[in-house]
Design a protein. Structure first.
Ligand SMILES: NC(=O)c1ccc[n+]([C@@H]2O[C@H](COP(=O)([O-])OP(=O)(O)OC[C@H]3O[C@@H](n4cnc5c(N)ncnc54)[C@H](OP(=O)(O)O)[C@@H]3O)[C@@H](O)[C@H]2O)c1
Length: 266
């Protein structure tokens, strides 16, 4: 029986590239995102390459839909070996321009949208004493970014979720990993909400695009070495130059099972 991976946000960008990579490596792939046409197109593409793919339109902010996703995956393949939590949204705005609805939306997708897909298959993982959970965080979950308090709060929470769950679940045979991409060329920033007193200000402080989602994160990633990123306290400045420099100032990255994808370039 092939190994099975379930990926959220698999219709675009990093999730789609990750789905192709897992399929290429022989995994049965379960794809989740809201928009069914795009999702089904990815599934068709994977099947055309001779691999197996199941597309299940799912809103990760709805626990009933996530439960149904897990049930469909188990009906189709009998087990889930790997969960990749990846669906996410972005917003750039000063706090004063970030509405409570904005906060709720971003926390719903970027945090609850990770908690639900862990909660639903967890009994299955625990029963099998096996499984791998990969949470796609962000470098914005490891260092503060200007005018991105809602996004960074959600991603710091994902970092906390990943690191605490790892402590709890590793002794039970379940691996918990974090991947923290830097700026990656996808539709992410195109779809992001930019808001501020001056829209140009918000856009100027947003990360510049440098990497490429067609290169799946793991291909452009290296394992952090202990002490690798320890150093000064300087926050990142504006633009990719600042982000690039911030790499050297990111404190306390866990040396275990963590990687930051440095795809930002000047
Ligand atoms: N791109 C970057 O520069 C960058 C940098 C750091 C971290 N990341 C992280 O990487 C992850 C993927 O980003 P990306 O660049 O690939 O973004 P993307 O191209 O915008 O793709 C986002 C994916 O998430 C899905 N999605 C959004 N809301 C959803 C919901 N409520 N339920 C289910 N699926 C949902 C989208 O499909 P539907 O809209 O059809 O649902 C799409 O498949 C995110 O967690 C992001 O925070 C990205």
């Amino acid at each position: 029986m092939a190994t099975t991976v379930m990926i959220t946000g698999a219709s675009l960008g990093i999730g789609k590239a990750t789905a192709f990579l897992f399929a290429q490596k022989g995994y049965d792939v379960v794809l989740a995102a809201r928009q069914s046409d795009r999702l089904e197109a990815v599934a068709r593409d994977i099947r055309a390459r001779g691999r197996t793919a199941l597309a299940v339109p799912t809103d990760v902010t709805d626990f009933e839909q996530v439960n149904a996703l897990v049930e469909k995956a188990l009906d189709a393949y009998g087990k889930i070996d790997v969960l990749v939590n990846n669906a996410g949204i972005c917003m750039t705005a000063p706090m004063a321009q970030t509405t409570l609805e904005d906060w709720q939306k971003i926390i719903n997708v970027n945090l609850w949208g990770y908690i639900y897909p862990i909660h639903a298959p967890l009994p299955h993982f625990l029963e099998r004493k096996a499984g791998t959970i990969v949470n796609v965080g962000s470098f914005g979950g490891k260092m503060p970014l200007p005018n991105m308090s809602a996004y960074c709060t959600s991603k710091y929470a994902v970092t906390g979720l990943t690191e605490t769950l790892r402590l709890e679940l590793e002794p039970k045979g379940i691996h918990v990993c974090g991947v923290h991409p830097s700026v990656t060329n996808s539709d992410f920033l195109e779809r992001a909400v930019f808001r501020g007193e001056e829209d140009s200000d918000a856009r100027a402080s947003a990360p510049a695009v440098g990497g490429d989602a067609q290169k799946p994160p793991c291909q452009s990633t290296r394992r952090c070495r202990p002490g690798d990123l320890e150093g000064g306290e300087a926050p990142p400045g504006r633009g990719s130059g600042g982000l690039w420099r911030a790499r050297d100032n990111c404190p306390s990255l866990s040396p275990r099972l963590e990687c930051v994808v440095y795809s930002a370039v000047d």
